[in-house]
Design a protein around this ligand. Structure first.
Ligand SMILES: [Zn+2]
Length: 425
């Protein structure tokens, strides 16, 4: 049994109390220690002798409403724009279809040992979309449903109107362990006035904010020089106007561009594949959290454009770096062409195998850091007696393996089994 704060028990045992609200850990220790707890006699016994137990995982950036699309093959040489157009075309527009897709995403997340998500609720037509929020609230998952919106150039006034309408009409901000958040889509699709309004609104209503940041070469070119495929895309949609030149085209990096709004509300930046030293300082100083999605970055060949992701330097600089899977669309399919789970365990495995990153640090990124990034209590994602626990995951390993058990989990492909989630919140 292993967590990111130094718990290492072999063998280990937990005594869990279920009821209304979050499950609680009554005892943590060796099997003999836990058996001596007064409540242990009446407990139902669940045994996983050949498994490593870890806390429930946190997927800090995903798009469960795209689950129906499934994995799509992609040639990075084609660039980002044809891909994003394919995803736009594949989006569902009806409430029932969106709810079904998010529901399938919830199932794949649970199959991945996930207990909390930062899920992006894609806008439907022009409107903010609360369907994923309600599906998540009815599910065992905790986390944030970030309402995504666009609004740049000619689209800015309408986006601001929708934000103001939200401010006036927001009934429930938190439902069954799921919080609403705001997701201005990205610096190339949301203008400065909308960003400022979103952050002001979020700070006033105590809503977390997320955005896609420093993801692709197309974004870098657009922000720095107001050129390239992103500009052509806005021109084609009839959204471009020259006011955008006051926002982009001034030689900024995406992180530098957003520096004035970062830190004004709890901010989670997805990807940050490109970051220079000044960007790292801005992220650290503003307390911006990063959701790194390693398989998504590999899918778009970010390393070929920007060099290796700087997540370890970010962590060294005090930046909270969590892990995300991004949507199912970028995930590698199994042999049968489908994806059997959506899990940051597979992101941890990629980083351990590719970079040799310390297993405990990866567990911290996949549990506690994800919780901090989503505004959840990180203690719920560690093993400690007399406090709530968000989930418990078992991963089977070969008990004969001489390696460190957590390293074995990351080196092998054992399926995560969610033994406990905060279902009865
Ligand atoms: Zn995303």
């Amino acid at each position: 049994m292993i967590d990111a704060t130094g718990t290492r028990l072999r063998p280990g045992a937990l005594l869990v109390e279920r009821g209304r609200g979050m499950p609680r850990l009554l005892a943590v220790g060796t099997p003999a220690e836990v058996a001596s707890h007064p409540a242990a006699n009446a407990a139902r016994l669940v045994q996983r002798p050949d498994s490593v137990l870890i806390p429930g995982l946190v997927n800090a950036h995903t798009h469960l409403d795209l689950t129906h699309v499934g994995p799509l093959a992609h040639d990075p040489d084609e660039g980002f724009m044809p891909w994003i157009e394919r995803v736009r075309d594949a989006r569902e527009a009806e409430v029932e279809s969106i709810a079904r897709s998010v529901g399938e995403g919830v199932e794949l997340s649970l199959a991945g040992g996930t207990v909390a998500v930062g899920d992006i609720a894609g806008s439907v037509g022009e409107g903010l979309n609360t369907t994923p929020f309600h599906v998540l609230a009815a599910s065992p998952l905790l986390g944030v449903s970030y309402l995504e919106f666009f609004g740049i150039g000619r689209g800015e006034p309408a986006a601001m109107e929708r934000l103001h309408a939200l401010e006036a009409g927001l009934a429930e901000r938190v439902l069954a362990g799921v919080c609403l958040g705001l997701q201005p889509h990205a610096p190339y699709s949301v203008g400065p006035a909308v960003f400022r309004d979103a952050v002001r609104l979020a700070a006033g209503l105590d809503l977390p904010v997320a955005t896609h940041l420093a993801e692709t070469p197309e974004e870098i070119a657009f922000v720095a020089d107001a050129r390239g495929p992103q500009r052509a895309f806005l021109e084609r949609l009839g959204i471009w106007d020259d006011s955008i030149l006051g926002w982009t085209g001034r030689g900024e990096t995406p992180v530098g561009l957003l520096a004035p709004v970062l830190g004004q509300a709890p901010m989670l930046a997805a990807h940050v594949n490109a970051a220079n030293d000044a960007d790292l300082q801005i992220l650290a100083k503003t307390g911006t959290r990063v959701a790194y999605c390693p398989r998504a970055s590999a899918y778009f060949a970010a390393q070929a454009s920007f060099g290796p992701h700087r997540y370890r330097e970010m962590l060294d600089a005090g930046i909270v770096v969590a892990l995300g899977t991004d949507s199912i669309v970028v995930l590698p399919p199994d042999a049968d062409g489908a994806v059997s789970r959506i899990s940051v365990l597979d992101e941890m495995r990629l980083l351990h195998r590719r970079d040799g990153t310390d297993p405990t640090l990866l567990l911290e990124m996949g549990t506690r850091n994800g919780a901090i990034a989503l505004g959840l209590d990180p203690a719920w994602f560690t093993f400690g007696a007399e406090r709530p626990i968000a989930g418990v995951v078992a991963v089977q390993i070969d008990p004969a393996s001489a390696d460190d058990p957590l390293a074995t989990v990351l080196k092998t492909d054992g399926r995560p089994e969610l033994l406990l989630a905060a279902a009865s919140f």
